[in-house]
Ligand binder design. Structure first.
Ligand SMILES: Nc1ncnc2c1ncn2[C@@H]1O[C@H](COP(=O)(O)OP(=O)(O)OP(=O)(O)O)[C@@H](O)[C@H]1O
Ligand SMILES: [Mg+2]
Length: 332
């Protein structure tokens, strides 16, 4: 439904997006994730037919983005990351204006506008000026604008930016319900946790390159070769010290750090290795109260793929007495 084929975008000599290939099937809610400057808006603006590719192409709803931009525009609802100013325009007029842009007949426009204002809880603001809306309300109004012509594909650039927690939850519910209605949705964010619990597919972009892409379970599973383990002990003095030595000597352990009186580390291996390590700890007399494997989060995937600091480490690096990286928390 949404596809990118060797998409490259250069700004002068700077390559903002480097040969992106992506295929999002119809009906998916796709989270396009990456830090600031990764290339999300550039890619989205290309899909929305607002900028040209330096090379490569894209397809949306079966139409070529470069060669059939008008058809693409009719099939997408695009929400930009920044809002224009529509001085003097009222909420109802604003939506009516965009309905006219899409050549909708007056009766259809009226019905759609009423339905959208109702769904997005903006009914009582129908006569308010657009400039007099709060940020969250403007966001909703822009979402209504993307839906006015009932497009099958929605492309939303950071729609949750600036929303309070309650409004974010509402947005999630709304996007899920739009997906249930059969729409294909691309939504970008630089905040992983914002998308993790409701997207069905994710793609992670970093410095213009796609690091991984696919159904969210597959992306999370793909980093499961490394398990993140947390161990707690009854005796946080000698017991912790002994455990740290035992765990730290293992060649299959990385990123060992102390975490709230316990140990956290990455273990390369399967269930047998994890069981063997637990046995070793218990046999050496350490009183283990819990030994837990944490589910990888999107943060873990992102950090692993970009090879930065280990996950869940809020702390700073200290001298390593175990010939391994040891971290301590700065915060209590
Ligand atoms: N018009 C432009 N001219 C020159 N460079 C640009 C232009 N637009 C974007 N860039 C550069 O391209 C890179 C990607 O920018 P882009 O806006 O696509 O990132 P992003 O992933 O959307 O980031 P953010 O999370 O901050 O919105 C950045 O290095 C940016 O400085
Ligand atoms: Mg952006």
């Amino acid at each position: 439904m949404i596809e990118l084929i060797d998409f490259v975008k250069n700004y002068g000599r700077f390559r903002a997006v480097d040969c992106l290939n992506l295929q999002i099937p119809a009906g998916e809610l796709f989270g396009f994730i990456g830090p600031n400057g990764a290339g999300k808006t550039t890619t989205i603006r290309f899909l929305a037919t607002l900028i040209k590719a330096s090379s490569g192409d894209g397809r949306v709803a079966g139409f070529s983005v470069s060669r059939q931009p008008l058809e693409v525009r009719h099939h997408i609802g695009y929400m930009p990351d920044q809002f224009g100013s529509y001085n003097g325009m009222r909420v109802g007029e604003f939506l009516d204006f965009f309905g006219q842009v899409y050549l909708l007949p007056r009766t259809v426009r009226r019905r759609r506008i009423e339905m959208l204002l109702e769904t997005l809880d903006l009914k009582e603001k129908a006569k308010a000026r657009v400039t007099a809306l709060s940020r969250g309300m403007k966001q909703k109004l822009y979402l209504a604008r993307t839906l006015i012509h009932d497009p099958p594909v929605l492309i939303l650039d950071e729609p949750a930016a600036g929303l309070d927690p309650q409004a974010r939850i509402e947005l999630k519910h709304l996007l899920k319900s739009l997906r249930r209605q059969g729409k294909t949705i691309l939504v970008s964010s630089h905040i992983l946790s914002e998308l993790a619990d409701f997207c069905s597919w994710v793609g992670i972009i970093y410095r213009g390159r796609l690091l991984t892409c696919g159904p969210i379970e597959d992306v999370l599973r793909s980093i499961r070769v490394t398990r993140h383990i947390m161990v707690r002990f009854r005796d946080q003095g000698d017991g912790l010290g002994l455990a740290r030595r035992i765990v730290g000597q293992r060649p299959d352990v990385n990123h060992l750090y102390e975490d709230e009186g316990g140990l956290s580390f990455d273990l390369q291996g399967d269930d047998a290795e994890a069981a063997e390590l637990l046995r070793e700890l218990i046999q050496s007399g350490v009183e283990v109260t819990s030994f837990t494997e944490c589910d990888p989060t999107l943060e873990d995937v992102f950090l692993r793929l970009t090879q930065t600091s280990p996950p869940r480490t809020r702390g700073m690096l200290i001298a390593s007495d175990l010939k391994k990286t040891t971290y301590v928390n700065e915060e209590p």
